[in-house]
Design a protein around this ligand. Structure first.
Ligand SMILES: *[C@@H]1O[C@H](CO)[C@@H](O)[C@H](O)[C@H]1NC(C)=O
Ligand SMILES: *[C@@H]1O[C@H](CO)[C@@H](O)[C@H](O)[C@H]1NC(C)=O
Ligand SMILES: *[C@@H]1O[C@H](CO)[C@@H](O)[C@H](O)[C@H]1NC(C)=O
Length: 449
């Protein structure tokens, strides 16, 4: 995840202005670039000139069945609000993201903290429980340094890739599909803590970093498109990139060619983030990345109404209207380019400790710099045993309205499966089912738009 600041909201408006000035041409990356990943060009050219669905061997019928799933947030890519013990156990307040974790923590200690976390936070039981709730997808945020690090990187590569392989085998056992989601890229595609290095982004337009990202995508696609990992049905090229939308799209074209060129026995759905240009309220993506050149592409939008004062101030009715207004425009967008909501949540406060960054306050209770207090965060996050009936009713309706709206497109992936201990039960799909604001059968809704 996540859209963390008003900065991004403003940025999105600026981008929308750029976008409406008109797009540029969709062209293939040069043959030279295609060859550089060591894959024969011929195979790709054959694919690209075949008509849409029939020429692809997708591993999930995205145009026939609704995608319903959860992200395994905070597992292989760390987020402080999901698993606060990882950074807390360093005893070092300078550690606020994986960059500072790698830089300041003794290497052996860092390795042992991560290994323990990877082995204990998500296990086979989680896959069994996810499947038992009628979901068909897990989206796994993955850091590039799980594949390799580059000179000067402080990031700690341990056994992230081995854990991803294991996850793909567990998913197969429980009949779940996996979206491998490249959550961090070399240089950083956004300035959020979960992008690797908080406050830094030097990816878009940096030839070295974009090239390295293609190298990572090539490695992931060639590995996980093999038949032994047939549970893996999709790959998401880069999480929440910020910048000029045409420039982002040009990277996506290269990323698409890299993935298609690297594929083994199966074709992966190629998921592209909307770059904060939401297909439900902007027509930018409608004529981009189209067949026959581009097939099996889904544009992914993330919906959170809680990372700016205006969103926090919405009434419950205003919030539901916003979600429901999505339904028909999202359905419409989906006719032009497959559209999905790859992150969203029923949560409507930013109270969860660490959500806005380690040791950073919340807008909801006014403890975030420059924010306006709306109320107390007490019993609005943490242990769900303390949530009031009214609070749970709001979560329930926010969940049902959004699930309904997003199923007008390809479907949805909720953020997130669970949180450590009871740090933030409000964000946990598992806690939602156990406490009744999320239905055990996700089609059994208390509300529809
Ligand atoms: C797109 O690119 C092709 C090939 O370079 C060119 O012939 C065509 O005029 C371009 N179209 C637009 C709309 O720029
Ligand atoms: C929070 O929940 C607990 C348990 O239900 C309750 O005892 C306490 O009074 C609540 N606090 C507030 C401020 O509502
Ligand atoms: C919430 O509930 C837990 C366990 O029931 C309790 O230990 C904790 O103090 C409560 N928190 C608040 C803020 O009331």
């Amino acid at each position: 995840m996540l859209v963390k600041s008003a900065f991004v909201t403003l940025f999105a408006y600026a981008l929308a202005a750029v976008v409406s000035a008109g797009g540029t041409n969709d062209t293939l990356a040069s043959p030279h670039a295609q060859r550089s990943n060591g894959v024969p060009v011929v195979k790709r050219m054959e694919r690209l000139h075949l008509p849409r669905a029939e020429s692809l061997n997708l591993r999930f019928p995205y145009n026939q069945k609704t995608m319903r799933g959860v992200s395994l947030g905070g597992w292989l890519a760390i987020e402080d609000f999901i698993t606060p013990s990882v950074y807390a156990s360093t005893g070092d307040d300078r550690v606020i993201d994986e960059w500072s974790f790698g830089k300041y923590v003794d290497h052996d200690k860092a390795v042992s903290i991560l290994r323990n976390h990877f082995d204990t936070f998500i296990t086979e039981d989680d896959f069994a429980e996810i499947a038992s709730y009628g979901l068909n997808h897990v989206r796994i945020p993955f850091p590039y340094w799980g594949v390799k690090t580059y000179p000067g990187d402080p990031y700690v590569k341990v056994n992230q890739l081995a854990k991803l392989r294991q996850a793909a085998r567990w998913a197969a056992k429980y009949n779940l599909k996996v979206i491998i989601e490249l959550h961090t890229v070399p240089g950083g595609a956004n300035p959020f803590d979960h992008g690797g290095h908080k406050g830094h982004m030097n990816w878009l337009g940096n030839a070295d970093n974009e090239g390295r990202t293609l190298e990572i995508l090539n490695a992931l696609a060639s590995e996980f498109s093999q038949s032994q990992y047939s549970a893996v049905s999709a790959i998401s090229l880069v999480n929440e990139p910020i910048g000029d939308t045409d420039e982002i799209r040009r990277f996506y074209q290269r990323g698409y060619n890299t993935v298609r060129g690297a594929e083994g026995s199966g074709d992966l759905l190629v998921v592209i983030g909307d770059g904060f240009v939401n297909p439900a309220n902007n027509d930018y993506w409608r004529n981009k990345m189209q067949p026959p050149k581009y097939q099996g592409v889904a544009v992914d939008t993330h919906v959170y109404r809680l990372f700016d004062d205006g969103s926090i101030a919405l009434t419950q009715d205003e919030r539901i209207s916003y979600y429901c207004a999505f339904k028909s425009s999202f359905a419409d967008a989906n006719k032009y380019i497959w559209s999905m909501v790859g992150e969203w949540s029923p949560v409507f406060t930013d109270c969860a400790p660490g959500l806005n960054g380690r040791n950073t306050g919340a807008r909801y209770d006014g403890s975030y710099p420059g924010s306006t207090r709306r109320g107390s965060c007490k019993n609005r996050t943490g242990n769900a045993n303390n949530f009031s009936a009214g609070f749970i009713a709001n979560l329930r309706k926010n969940w049902a309205a959004q699930a309904d709206a997003y199923e007008s497109g390809l479907g949805w992936i909720m953020w997130t499966w669970k949180t450590e201990g009871h740090n933030a039960d409000d964000w946990s799909y598992r806690a939602g089912v156990r406490h009744g604001w999320i239905p055990r059968d996700p089609t059994d809704r208390s509300f529809s738009c």
